[in-house]
Design a protein. Structure first.
Length: 317
């Protein structure tokens, strides 16, 4: 499994990670089979969040990793906090939602609760989960300083933020933000579309992301691509979906050439980009995980990369 330097932090992580949002739906043996498959394929990075299944996803991941008895320095755990759902997600705090909340007390409590669920002493990475317009950056800075000094969090990042939101927050922090988790994949290409259609007046020229791709590369901030197999906003997978015959045909053609699967090619399309993105897989199917992590067997050319982009219905000006 290829490795990348997460945000120039020195953490050498697999370029494909396992997101465990749905792992709470599995029995313990099923969850262990999922995690073991990921480990066997070279994945050393696991992504969770305190809102996933009301915290049960983190608990399930923590139990599996505890059962496997792996040395803690052989894998990385990332969690996210700051979204409060209707029933909250911090045990016993009486919080209700929905809202976003980046106050100091909540951030620290979120991390402490996640550490308990995950049965670990520290998170390798903690992300603020979507922007909070009511944030006070000085409070966030105090929370991050306390978490860093105590050894509870090694690195910090954000999720779904544009460049100015990152800059606004970074200006108050003593730690460099190392990653930004953003939706990206063959059927969610807005940050690339806008780059192609600069100075145009057509629909793809509308930049919804503020130039986040170029910004991330300039500031050595790793983009973590979430929902890489979804179209729309959790509208469903596009692989083998009859609504998308052109892209599936092109995926199959390249898969046949490389003696692999369409799943592997779809991941390779993301990792081929020189931004060195990390792909967050959300599948809880060991067979699909096995296929998706064969991306390093795919030898794409620049033309094939563009062929796949155009097969999704995108165009070039």
């Amino acid at each position: 499994m290829p490795k990348l330097n997460l945000g120039n932090s020195g953490l050498m992580v697999s370029d494909v990670a396992l997101g465990v949002m749905r792992i709470a739906d599995k029995s313990t043996p099923e969850a262990q089979a999922v995690v073991q498959t990921a480990l066997d394929k070279g994945i050393n990075f696991f992504d969770t969040a305190d809102i996933y299944a009301g915290g049960r996803s983190s608990t399930a991941l923590g139990q599996v990793l505890h059962n496997l008895k792996l040395p803690r320095d052989q894998y990385f755990i990332q969690s996210k906090g700051g979204i409060i759902l209707e029933n909250g997600q911090i045990n016993g705090d009486g919080l209700t939602g929905p809202r976003y909340d980046f106050n100091k007390e909540h951030i620290i409590a979120a991390v402490d609760t996640e550490l308990q669920r995950l049965q670990t002493d520290y998170l390798d990475v903690f992300l603020l989960h979507r922007p909070d317009t009511l944030q006070d950056p000085t409070e966030i800075a105090e929370a991050f300083d306390q978490l860093k000094t105590s050894g509870k969090v090694r690195q910090f990042g954000v999720s779904n933020m544009n460049p100015w939101q990152v800059e606004f927050l970074q200006a108050s922090l003593h730690q460099k933000l190392v990653t930004n988790q953003l939706q990206f994949g063959l059927m969610h290409t807005g940050m690339i579309d806008a780059e192609f259609h600069v100075n145009m007046q057509d629909q793809p020229s509308i930049d919804h992301d503020g130039g986040i791709l170029a910004y991330s590369r300039l500031h050595q901030m790793t983009i973590q691509a979430w929902s890489p197999f979804q179209y729309g906003f959790f509208a469903g997978p596009f692989i083998d979906n009859p609504e998308f015959p052109e892209v599936n045909a092109k995926l199959q053609e390249i898969a046949n050439k490389n003696h692999t699967s369409k799943n592997a090619v779809a991941v390779a399309w993301i990792t081929y980009h020189p931004a060195h993105m990390q792909v967050i897989l959300g599948s809880m199917n060991p067979t699909r995980i096995d296929e998706m992590t064969d991306h390093n067997q795919v030898q794409l050319t620049n033309q094939e990369w563009y062929d796949l982009y155009l097969a999704t219905g995108n165009d070039l000006p």
